[in-house]
Design a protein around this ligand. Structure first.
Ligand code: SAM
Length: 279
């Protein structure tokens, strides 16, 4: 990977940072987040609750997930990210919620060894942080080195099969070959190229980087984002027509939270979620 890509990633999140949390108001992403929370409770948070006192959020951005998970676990949290602007938003939340004693931010690059003093009881890396790094294997190994043996990890990355579909949906046919051959995709013109993974390649990445008990899920598996959902504030007409009906919202959430736990459905997911344990 060239240095231009790293600068492009930093520049992209520099511009997005002040608006990034608007994603909470988008119908599709609210659904995806509600579903993710249900999956996390069942597969990651509740099984380890009471055993986690320090959580690393690697590529944690504005702290949306690290702070939420740490609050639920009653644990400390380190939000680690390459973007000072994204972390500035996380710091605002820490200050607003009076979490200065339990949560902190740190600027750093996952492609390099993390200069942290804590050995973490758990780590998360959500929403494509590992798709934006230069070398996912180096980054996952760097995360593992900060974790205690037996500590759980949850990661969310871009699904190669879904991104092939999305390139067709958005008529970006020129993306197909690069994705097939190099596992890289550029969803929109302003977003830097992202690494994509299949359930099998994500499993291999984690096992080659020192993790065991690996499970790979896809989510959501019945509904997908449109072009409008790549912005931070727009809603597609499909999302509006499906999610404005609370009964349908709850129906789909109920179906998804069961069906996504079937690993057979992983390749159908908009994103891939892997849960594993550090060896
Ligand atoms: C799409 S955001 C996701 C933020 C957060 N994990 C979430 O789920 O809301 C991806 C994050 O990865 C960070 N990132 C990208 N490359 C990185 C790197 N090499 N080291 C650390 N963070 C990185 C970006 O700055 C950005 O905050």
């Amino acid at each position: 990977m060239d240095t231009n890509r790293k600068e492009a990633v930093k520049g992209y999140f520099r511009n997005k940072a002040p608006y990034y949390d608007l994603v909470d108001n988008q119908l599709y992403w609210s659904f995806s987040d509600d579903l993710l929370w249900e999956l996390l409770l069942k597969e990651f948070l509740d099984p380890f609750k009471g055993k986690i006192s320090n959580l690393l959020d690697a590529g944690g951005g504005t702290g949306r997930w690290g702070l939420r998970a740490a609050r639920y676990l009653n644990s400390n949290a380190l939000i680690f990210d390459i973007s000072p602007e994204m972390l500035a938003e996380a710091q605002k939340k820490i200050d607003k919620d009076g979490l200065q004693k339990s949560a902190e931010v740190m600027v750093g690059d996952l492609d390099k060894p993390l200069e942290v003093k804590t050995e973490f009881d758990a780590a998360i890396s959500f929403h494509n942080a590992l798709s934006f790094v230069d070398d996912p294997k180096t980054s996952v190994e760097n995360i593992r080195r900060t974790m205690k043996k037996g500590a759980p990890l949850a990661v969310i990355v871009a699904n190669k099969y879904h991104s092939l579909y999305f390139s067709v949906l958005t008529r970006k046919f020129e993306n197909l070959e690069t994705n097939l051959k190099k596992s890289l995709v550029q969803f929109t013109d302003d977003v830097p190229p992202m690494h994509t993974f299949t359930p099998a390649s994500l499993r291999t990445l984690l096992s080659d980087s020192g993790f065991a008990d690996i499970r790979v899920f896809g989510f959501p598996i019945t509904i997908y984002p449109n072009m409008e959902e790549t912005s931070l504030s727009d809603n597609s007409k499909e999302a509006i027509s499906i999610f404005k009906d609370e009964k349908i919202y709850q129906l789909l959430l109920g179906i998804e939270k069961e069906a996504c736990l079937n690993e057979e459905a992983a390749a159908r997911g908009n994103m891939l979620l892997a849960i594993a344990v550090a060896c």
